[in-house]
Design a protein around this ligand. Structure first.
Ligand SMILES: [Zn+2]
Length: 151
């Protein structure tokens, strides 16, 4: 499916997505207005079909999360764990690329916490069915891998 074929949400559906995280971006937690909100596909439109197969629809309320423009852009068509890794790696990227950031760390103006990124929706315990599909898929892949290794 191409981007143009994505479902157009009704006002009621947009509102329901918006309320999933109480007016915040599901990822960074920034407050957003319903007009600013971008409806993110938790399992991406580009790669999520294999995971959703037999479980539900990618382009449905089961798979939508509210996102700010920046998070939607950064997450793009990637998997949630790729997005987590890219956000978690920001400190390393800054240390590599920014003299200003290295100076700020050296002088103690910035204290890196370097924790594995937890997303806002995880902090508040918001869930949608697609998260379970993804969890089941990963468990299946994990089991299949270890079955191969054991054989
Ligand atoms: Zn965000």
């Amino acid at each position: 499916m191409k981007a143009g074929t994505r479902k157009r949400l009704s006002q009621k559906e947009r509102k329901a997505v918006y309320e999933l995280c109480d007016g915040h971006c599901a990822y960074c937690g920034k407050e957003i207005t319903i007009r600013e909100m971008q409806v993110d596909h938790y399992l991406s439109f580009e790669f999520g079909f294999a995971i959703a197969q037999g479980k539900g629809e990618i382009d449905s309320m089961d798979n939508y999360l509210p996102a700010c423009r920046s998070c939607n852009y950064r997450k793009s068509g990637g998997h949630i764990e790729s997005f987590r890794r890219s956000v978690t790696a920001l400190h390393d990227v800054l240390m590599r690329d920014s003299v200003t950031y290295r100076d700020a760390v050296r002088f103690g103006q910035v204290t890196p916490s370097q924790h594995v990124q937890q997303f806002y929706y995880e902090k508040i315990g918001a869930t949608i069915p697609a998260m379970k599909w993804d969890e089941d898929f990963r468990k299946m892949m994990h089991d299949a891998y270890f079955k191969v290794v054991e054989e």
